[in-house]
Design a protein around this ligand. Structure first.
Ligand code: NAP
Length: 536
């Protein structure tokens, strides 16, 4: 863990040495202690400099024992705590993150290619989500009871009552590379409140932030077995799942498919929640003047989603639907704003977009742009490879923001099929009707969040109701909310995150709804006073 301390020391103004020669093998926190895997492990890099920061291996781990420990020791620790105490645990984790915010931001910049703003989005988003969930313990809705008791006999003695109970397994939280902090927090907040021990597996390439968070949590003191961390490959972890475990996965559709078709998952009937990819759309209504509040919000949101986290956000706008009459103006305005994006080492001052997270990610993004090019015209950024990042010695995994244009809405091909997970979006020309917009938006077969920008009520009603069944969230950008809007790309603890079909079919967050994934709903049926004595 030496190099991590080096970062901490740097932030406290002490001696700093941080080089490849000091590469650290990241340990995992399993069975109540820090343990490193065997062998060389997989590298974690600084994507702006290509410097190897650490490595992670899980070789030699006995994952069946890891899960048994979490279920037995962690399950007991959490289930003997009441709801209020579990809420206090979340507050404590949030406070630990807030107290060490600067260090976590720095690590997110080093290992994730994040600008400081990107790093805050992840790290503050995580502590904010933990804090928000800690307050749900005060909600009257978060009771063990699911609805009112119902009469099921001839007299009022015999009743039925649905209740929510924590599952007796482990919550296995597998996260994507783009949100090592928030990805943990949004899942763990719900699992811990429900009373399930967490086994967190961040994506290996960007695990540094999650690793440091766990070090801090462990130092601060956590209920025994309640949190485990796996740094490195997933190994045969999923071969040991039971019917009481929950696998909550965020990542690519391909990995989701592998998880869902793992024999042990099928045989045990393990609950699996999937958050996968999404071709989120932003639709400009025909009533909108680009220089109105609504028009400016639309332009701001598109550019923000293309460049924030270098476009590596599952909620980012990928398809931008524009009525034919507005296309020229939108192309000009977006190109002008994209020309002001400063690309480079995200730790340098004034940089507004860093690199993508890994070399593989860069190759995937460039290949994705090449595929899009077959069906689209260039508006800005060409094929993505023409980029001169600042302060980087020619190293790093940089791509340019790329805006493409599809003129024929009846021939969208790859635009509606392939998610390019980088700073890339495609403008789609449509006829300005709500019905055509809704049809195009729905075409990929399910998404996380799409947005409509308009102040025309009949248009909005038709567009929103047409798109909504294909999504987990719909964002309506309009004049009166423009000043306070976080944009469609921000997932909020109080609103659902997830989506049907190709987005994975999962549901997370949404306030108390997110906690239910980690609980079993049971109907209890019997004598009224006996039921009361069991439940209260
Ligand atoms: P990924 O390659 O699917 O990896 C995701 C996670 O799965 C990583 O922790 C990875 O571990 C792990 N994993 C790999 N193989 C596995 C297996 N056989 N069984 C179980 N876990 C396995 O995805 P990614 O490249 O990190 O993320 C990018 C994708 O995630 C994009 O498609 C994006 O749309 C999607 N995403 C969706 C959301 C959402 O909320 N819907 C949010 C963020 C990202 P290793 O890193 O150790 O390989």
């Amino acid at each position: 863990m030496q190099s991590l301390f080096v970062v901490s020391e740097a932030l406290r103004g002490r001696k700093v040495v941080y080089s490849a020669s000091m590469t650290t093998a990241l340990a995992s926190f399993i069975q109540g202690k820090w343990q490193a895997g065997n062998g060389k492990g997989r590298p974690l890099e600084n994507p702006a400099t290509e410097e190897v920061l650490a490595s992670a291996s899980t070789s030699g781990f006995e994952f069946s024992a890891v899960l048994d420990y979490a279920r037995e020791v962690g399950g007991q620790s959490l289930q003997k705590m009441n709801l209020k105490q579990r809420g206090e645990l979340l507050s404590k984790l949030a406070a630990v993150m807030a107290d060490n915010r600067e260090e976590l931001l720095k690590l997110a910049q080093l290992n994730g290619g994040n600008t400081r703003g990107d790093a805050k989005f992840d790290v503050d988003g995580a502590s904010g989500t933990l804090a928000a969930y800690s307050k749900y313990v005060e909600s009257e809705e978060l009771t063990i009871r699911d609805g009112e008791a119902v009469l099921v006999g001839r007299t009022s003695r015999l009743i039925g009552q649905h209740v929510w109970l924590p599952r007796k397994g482990a919550a296995i939280l597998i996260n994507a590379f783009n949100f090592p902090a928030w990805g943990f927090a949004e899942k763990a907040a719900c699992a811990l409140l429900a009373g399930m021990p967490v086994v967190c597996k961040p994506a290996t390439a960007t695990a540094l932030v999650a690793h440091r968070m766990f070090e801090l949590f462990v130092e601060a003191g956590i209920p025994e077995g309640s949190l485990s961390l796996i740094c490195g490959s997933v190994g045969d972890l999923l071969n040991h799942v039971t019917s009481q475990d929950v696998v909550s996965f965020t990542g690519s559709s391909d990995t989701a498919k592998t998880i869902r078709t793992t024999d042990s998952v099928i045989n045990a009937g393990t609950t699996v929640n999937v958050e996968a990819d999404s071709l989120n759309a932003a639709v400009l209504g025909p009533d909108v003047d680009l220089f109105s509040e609504t028009g400016q919000l639309f332009l701001k949101d598109v550019v923000k989603d293309m460049t924030q986290k270098t476009g590596q956000k599952c909620t980012a706008i990928r398809r931008v639907l524009v009525p034919a009459s507005a296309v020229e103006g939108v192309c000009e305005e977006l190109a002008s704003r994209l020309s002001e994006v400063k690309i480079g080492d995200p730790t340098a001052k004034g940089i507004s977009m860093g690199p993508v997270a890994t070399k593989k990610q860069k190759l995937d993004v460039l290949a994705g742009i090449a595929r899009l090019s077959a069906d689209t015209e260039a508006v800005w950024g060409g094929d993505g490879s023409e980029v001169t990042p600042e302060g980087t010695n020619g190293k790093g995994y940089f791509v340019s923001p790329v805006l493409r244009l599809a003129k024929d809405p009846s021939n969208l091909g790859i635009v509606n099929e392939h998610e390019v997970f980088g700073p890339v979006a495609t403008l789609i020309v449509y006829d300005g009707t709500a019905s055509q917009a809704a049809k195009i938006v729905a075409a990929p077969g399910g998404g996380l969040v799409s947005s409509v920008y308009s102040d025309d009520k009949p248009y909005l009603r038709e567009a929103v109701l047409g798109m909504a069944p294909y999504h987990g969230r719909i964002y309506i950008g309009s004049e009166k909310m423009a000043a306070q809007s976080p944009g469609p790309g921000t997932a909020l603890p109080s609103l659902l995150h997830g989506g049907p079909g190709r987005a994975g079919g999962g549901e997370e967050l949404g306030g108390i709804r997110g906690i239910r994934l980690y609980q079993q709903r049971v109907a209890l049926q019997g004598d009224k006073s006996l039921l009361k004595s069991i439940i209260d």
